[in-house]
Write a protein of this length. Sequence first.
Length: 115
Amino acid sequence: MNPISNKIGGAFIPVSNIENARDWYCDILGLPADGDIFFGHIYVLPMEGPDVVLDCKIFSPENIYKVPAFQFRTEDIYQAYEFMQAKNVQLTTGIESGQWFNFKDPDGNLLMVCK
């Protein structure tokens, strides 16, 4: 029996300021920003599915995502794109193939929204 599960528990995102990152991510995801910051450097976003873990201890300019490591899901890619525009999020692509777009968080991590 294999002791390692074939399930993803979470994805870490390196951030420079844990409080600012918590507030920004919670705002764009429509989540409450009232959870605990663990050990002074980790905030776990209350997601459906695998956790997204913001961590300022692993942050350095070399560690930011240069390609998306995972995707945030949406039922309406056009509405999601307009929402991110209205939030003044740095969009790095338009809507591609009617399915996805990329954007950057305030630290420069490249992320994706996908239908």
